[in-house]
Design a binder for this molecule. Structure first.
Ligand SMILES: NC(=O)c1ccc[n+]([C@@H]2O[C@H](COP(=O)([O-])OP(=O)(O)OC[C@H]3O[C@@H](n4cnc5c(N)ncnc54)[C@H](OP(=O)(O)O)[C@@H]3O)[C@@H](O)[C@H]2O)c1
Length: 327
């Protein structure tokens, strides 16, 4: 049996993807074969599709860190044919062919049953971006950060950022959203931002060792100097959840926000989180923290994915992109 997948090949250090027919692997012990109905586009998928170092082990390769579909074969007692399931992260779309193919062959311990209140599209409108946003916010709620001051979110029109803005607003936080897209102020306000901060203006003043503590917490999806600045602006015992690096992998800080305000810098690695923690996050997203993301989600056929990959690499994507198979 063969399936269609977006296979990325490398030739003379140039990477390009196209839809190809791929042989379905024979199922191995402890694994499941999933017919993928939907996947989603995350920044990491765009890195995988463009050959960025350190994401994919070897090419040709099918990216796609998110999978929503139906079990078609199972060598695990935990899953039966016909079960609707989800899988995100671990080595999916990094060393195991991912959700940009119509079939995936995954270890069953990476897979969860689709929560009752979600369908495939809703689940993939969250995808890894959604559970990453939820993991960032869990750090903030677990630390009981005050609602008296706003929470600041960077990269706020992106996948992780936009879901974070929505959940924080739903939980009753005032949200200040940093964005490079001044034209999207209304969209961010509709999602739940109480104030939108232009990225260039936010960064225009020099970064001090410690600034006014204007924010009780932060979700930082970009890293670099923006993270350096955010750390200086967190008030006493606040939390900065740090999950991304689109603005750069390096940041700097004095020790003062840590030793004079007791702030915490919390790293997020949603891909390798335990499956039980992922289940907990999916339960929150399907229930108490649930959002209607359909206004900020585009559904795109797998054959049209190139344009979307290019957009996310340039930082121009807005909200979430769900990928549909079987057209
Ligand atoms: N640690 C984890 O578990 C985990 C999981 C998922 C994702 N991530 C990381 O989180 C980050 C965001 O992922 P995503 O899927 O949300 O990506 P995305 O949809 O592309 O969002 C990133 C957003 O960052 C802003 N941005 C882009 N380039 C920038 C720059 N040079 N300087 C400052 N801001 C910039 C843009 O928003 P504005 O125009 O609104 O500013 C952009 O929409 C990525 O680094 C990704 O690898 C980490």
């Amino acid at each position: 049996m063969r399936f269609k997948g977006y296979l990325v090949r490398e030739k003379d250090e140039i990477f390009s993807g196209s839809l190809e027919e791929i042989d379905t692997p024979s199922i191995e012990s402890g694994r499941v074969l999933i017919k993928v109905h939907y996947s989603s586009l995350n920044y990491k998928d765009a890195l995988a599709a463009s050959g960025a170092k350190g994401v994919v082990k070897s090419y040709p390769f099918v990216p796609g860190i998110d999978v929503a579909g139906e079990i078609i074969e199972s060598m695990s007692p935990d899953f039966s044919i016909g079960d609707n399931v989800l899988a995100t992260g671990y080595k999916i779309g990094m060393s195991e062919f991912g959700g940009f193919g119509e079939i995936v062959h995954l270890p069953s311990e990476w897979v969860i049953k689709l929560p009752a209140k979600l369908d495939f599209v809703k689940a993939m409108s969250y995808g890894t971006a959604g559970i990453t946003a939820a993991a960032c916010i869990k750090k903030i709620t677990d630390a009981d950060c005050s609602k008296e001051l706003p929470v600041i979110v960077s990269g706020s029109t992106g996948g992780v950022g936009s879901v974070a803005v929505g959940i924080l607003a739903k939980l009753g936080y005032q949200v200040h959203a940093i964005s490079g897209k001044s034209s999207k102020e209304n969209v961010l306000k509709m999602i739940g931002a109480s104030k939108v901060l232009d990225r260039d203006i936010f960064m225009s003043e020099p970064i001090k060792p410690m600034d006014k503590g204007l924010y009780s917490a932060a979700v930082d999806t970009v890293g670099g100097d923006i993270l350096s600045k955010i750390i200086t602006m967190i008030s006493n015992h606040g939390v900065v959840s740090c999950c991304g690096n689109v603005a750069g992998p390096k940041f700097s800080s004095s020790v003062f926000p840590f030793i004079l305000r007791g702030i915490q810098l919390s790293g997020i690695d949603s891909a390798e989180s335990s499956i039980n923690f992922k289940k907990e996050l999916w339960d929150l997203l399907s229930d108490e923290w649930s959002l209607n993301l359909l206004n900020q989600t585009k559904i795109v056929g797998i054959s049209k994915i190139d344009k979307e990959i290019d957009k996310i690499l340039k930082g121009n994507q807005l909200g979430r992109v769900v990928i549909k198979h079987g057209e």
